[in-house]
Design a protein. Structure first.
Length: 202
């Protein structure tokens, strides 16, 4: 936590002071056209967060316009180990959404219908008319010093065997809006995607 300092974050609504975490080491990194990307592995190594930071001369809107799922996966595959300094804000991200419409379009509409839902093979239905009222998906992300420390130490161990010739160290300072994804490293699937516009607002 001694490497966390209050610094300026440039949000769309103006400048705000937030705790910024700083870590130096070997990271999986990419410099793309108009953006930088860095990977921060979780402690268990099964999941990793990838942060995509538009250049100061660009914007998050421009990054979105140039991003497709195919390009996103391609950028992740193109990342290589490199020494550098990563500076990111502490932030919490909470997301909740109803999956009722999504599941209905996938053929599960009857389960939400009070008159037609049939769960007799699953539960004792005597005198009860059971149906699903809603399915709510919630995700909660908390990026703090402990998570960053664990990510950096994991990356260092990988980097010692992966890097032969070290290019110039990079600086990745996420002091403006960025896009991030959380990926399952085993399956390669992206489990969550979001954007951070103001870390002072949960």
């Amino acid at each position: 936590e001694s490497l966390t300092k209050i610094e300026i974050f440039h949000s769309p609504d103006g400048e705000t002071k937030v705790p910024m975490m700083r870590r130096t080491g070997d990271f999986s990194y990419l410099e793309g056209e108009g953006f930088q990307a860095v990977m921060l592995p979780y402690v268990a190594k099964r999941l990793a967060m990838f942060i995509f930071l538009p250049a100061e001369s660009s914007s998050l809107d421009e990054f979105y316009r140039n991003t497709t799922a195919e390009r996103l996966y391609g950028w992740i595959r193109s990342m290589g180990m490199r020494k550098g300094e990563v500076i990111i804000p502490k932030f919490k991200f909470e997301y909740g959404a109803s999956l009722k419409n999504t599941l209905s379009t996938m053929g599960m509409g009857i389960a939400f219908d009070r008159a037609r839902a049939d769960f007799r093979k699953m539960v004792d239905m005597r005198g009860v008319n059971a149906f699903i009222g809603d399915v709510v998906h919630k995700a909660f992300i908390d990026v703090n010093e402990r998570g960053t420390e664990a990510a950096a130490s994991t990356a260092v161990r990988v980097g010692l065997t992966a890097v032969r010739v070290q290019p110039e160290p990079f600086t990745f300072k996420a002091d403006r809006p960025f896009f991030f994804v959380i990926r399952d490293n085993r399956s390669g699937l992206i489990l969550f995607a979001g954007s951070l516009f103001d870390p002072s607002r949960p």
